[in-house]
Structure formats: structure tokens, C-alpha cells
Design a protein around this ligand. Structure first.
Ligand code: NAP
Length: 297
């Protein structure tokens, strides 16, 4: 039985719809959405994420600009680049690829991105709106997970969702999003973290179990209820006997858990592509909202 929630396939379908929307915008004589990314340093994983985002932009007809800065870029230099993009009417969305070098304060940098261009959805204003049930831009990974549930028509209404991990980019915003009153929300959510007692028992109670902790193969079959939906957000590079010398490991022991789950995301090809799709959807949303406000730059 193929019970995979295939983010790659869901993404293709959603990106086709985004592409059509872009064609409509261009057909009206307007500029397509434009996403700008800033990459500081030489982290291999960050470089490949930014390249994947650039490729995805190209595929749906977005414009994209990548600003690549050296590792020793100062905080002030980075802020200057952000300010220029904030003020550039021809750019709709801006992401600063994380992690940043240790001499740069990520929270501070985050606060410098205009909330109206913050398509990663990490700015305090966007997190605040989300917490009040009034989100404009949802954080890209939680939003991608919502889009995946929607694609497979998996309602979480009234279900018990257990989220492992309380980070500001995945666990916490996802727990809020799934508990809110909207289609593919209305779940009863338990948020677990490293200080949670009886973690295994909480997991066993989950109708939907989301693992976002960055601990390879942490979730084993004995932690999962028969028929549960399992969403694996984890992506840790571990050593592998292949050309690259590494492979991506999820937080779930996929081989054994897939036998018990009614549906499960693989790693890779599950949540990963959905994060980029969430980002593209957010950028399109900003572009459309600017056009509606009469901003035709
Ligand atoms: P993070 O900031 O490191 O947060 C990890 C969270 O997991 C923390 O809340 C931590 O608890 C909790 N945790 C750690 N060990 C635990 C344990 N043994 N039991 C219960 N909770 C535990 O991580 P993140 O940024 O959210 O990322 C999580 C994973 O998702 C990583 O593998 C990351 O690469 C991946 N990720 C994937 C995508 C994608 O697109 N696929 C996007 C974003 C992240 P405390 O708060 O108590 O420390």
C-alpha cells in the first residue's frame, strides 16, 4: 500500500496553479512576482536551499534575485542590503537564508525585514498576527504542511495533533496554525519539547503526529498509534556511503512507522518541497495584495 504523502507531487500541482496566476498577472501587463534572497557565507546546505528556491521561482515564472555575501559580512552591511530591498518597489518578497554566521544576530536581522515582504513569515508582526488568528503571511514550512494536508484532503478538525518541537520556524507556529478556526485547522493540539514528560505516551495518543526536532529516526513504531498520520519535518544530513558522502535523515524511522501509519511523509520528498511551495504561495500573495492596493511597480 502506498501511504506516502508526496510533497513533490502536491507541490507540482500547487505550483502549476501558481504559474497560471502568474500568467494572468503578466497577461494584464503587470510585472510577475519577484523574490529576493540573501545568502551570507558558504554553508553547503544553505547554498543548495537557495539554489532550489531560485529554480522553483524560475519554474513558476517569478523573477528572483540572489545576493551572495561573504562570511565576514558585518551586521550593518547586511542591514543595508535588507533596507535597500525593503525600499525597492519592484521586489515583493525577501528571505535571509538561515543560519547566519555567529557574529550576526538572527532575531535582529529578522526584525529589519519589512513585515510586508517577510515571505518566510518569521517577523514578530507576522508571528503576532498568526497568534491572534489573523495571519497575513504564514511561516513557510507550517504553511507548506497545511497545503499538503489540503492537497490530500486530510482534515485535522477535532483530531488530536501532537507536535514534537517548539521552534519559532516550525513547531510553535504549526501548533497555532492547526489549532485555529479555518479549513484544515480546528485540531486539538499538544506541543511537546525536550522537557516534556512521558513523551512516548503523548505520541501514542496522536491522531496526527508531527516530528520537528532534528533528531534522526527518533520516532519509532512503538510511539505511533495504529492508523495515525505522520508528518516528518526533520532533515538532518548524516554520513552515507554514496558519492556525496551524506544523505538526509528524517526524525521518523520511516521503514517501521510506515507499516503502522495511515499516511506518512517521506524524507526527502515530503515536507521539504512543500516549504518552498509555501514560500512561493506567500510571494504570490504579497504580489497580488500589492496589485490590489494599486501598487503596479
Ligand atoms: P530547532 O530550532 O533545533 O528546535 C528543535 C525543537 O525540538 C526544540 O523545541 C527542542 O526542544 C525539541 N527537541 C529536541 N530534542 C527533543 C527530544 N528528544 N524530545 C522532544 N523534543 C525535542 O529545530 P527546527 O529549526 O524546528 O528544525 C527541526 C528539524 O526540522 C530539523 O531537522 C530541521 O532541519 C528541519 N526543518 C526542515 C524543514 C523542511 O523544509 N523540511 C524546514 C525547517 C526545519 P527545546 O525547545 O526544549 O530545546
Amino acid at each position: 500500500m502506498d501511504n506516502r504523502l508526496r510533497g513533490k507531487i502536491a507541490s507540482e500541482a500547487i505550483r502549476q496553479r501558481i504559474k497560471k496566476d502568474v500568467e494572468l498577472i503578466v497577461g494584464h501587463g503587470d510585472r510577475p512576482p519577484h523574490l529576493s534572497a540573501i545568502l551570507v557565507g558558504n554553508d553547503g546546505a544553505s547554498k543548495s536551499y537557495v539554489n532550489a528556491k531560485e529554480k522553483a521561482c524560475e519554474e513558476v515564472g517569478f523573477l528572483s534575485t540572489i545576493i551572495r555575501l561573504p562570511e565576514n559580512t558585518s551586521q550593518n552591511e547586511l542591514i543595508e542590503h535588507i533596507t535597500k530591498i525593503n525600499e525597492n518597489d519592484k521586489i515583493d518578497g525577501l528571505i535571509v537564508q538561515l543560519p547566519l554566521p555567529s557574529h550576526i544576530d538572527e532575531n535582529m536581522i529578522n526584525s529589519k525585514i519589512s513585515p510586508n515582504k517577510d515571505v518566510d513569515g518569521f517577523h514578530d508582526v507576522n508571528m503576532g498576527r498568526l497568534a491572534k488568528g489573523n495571519a497575513f503571511i504564514n511561516p513557510a514550512t507550517p504553511y507548506g504542511i497545511l497545503l499538503l494536508l489540503e492537497h490530500y484532503n486530510l482534515s485535522v478538525e477535532g483530531k488530536h495533533v501532537v507536535v514534537l518541537g517548539r521552534s519559532n520556524i516550525v513547531g510553535r507556529p504549526l501548533s497555532i496554525l492547526l489549532s485555529e478556526n479555518h479549513a484544515f485547522g480546528n485540531a486539538t493540539v499538544t506541543l511537546c519539547h525536550s522537557r516534556t514528560k512521558n513523551l512516548k505516551e503523548w505520541c501514542q495518543k496522536a491522531d496526527v503526529l508531527v516530528a520537528a526536532i532534528g533528531k534522526p529516526y527518533f520516532v519509532t513504531a512503538d510511539m505511533v498509534k495504529e492508523g495515525a498520520v505522520v508528518i516528518d519535518v526533520g532533515t538532518t544530513r548524516i554520513e552515507a556511503d554514496n558519492e556525496r558522502g551524506w544523505k538526509l535523515a528524517g526524525d521518523v524511522n520511516y521503514t517501521e512507522v510506515k507499516e503502522k501509519a495511515s499516511a506518512i511523509t517521506p524524507v526527502p520528498g515530503g515536507v521539504g518541497p512543500m516549504t518552498i511551495t509555501g514560500l512561493l504561495s506567500n510571494t504570490l500573495l504579497v504580489r497580488k495584495s500589492r496589485l490590489e492596493q494599486g501598487n503596479s511597480a
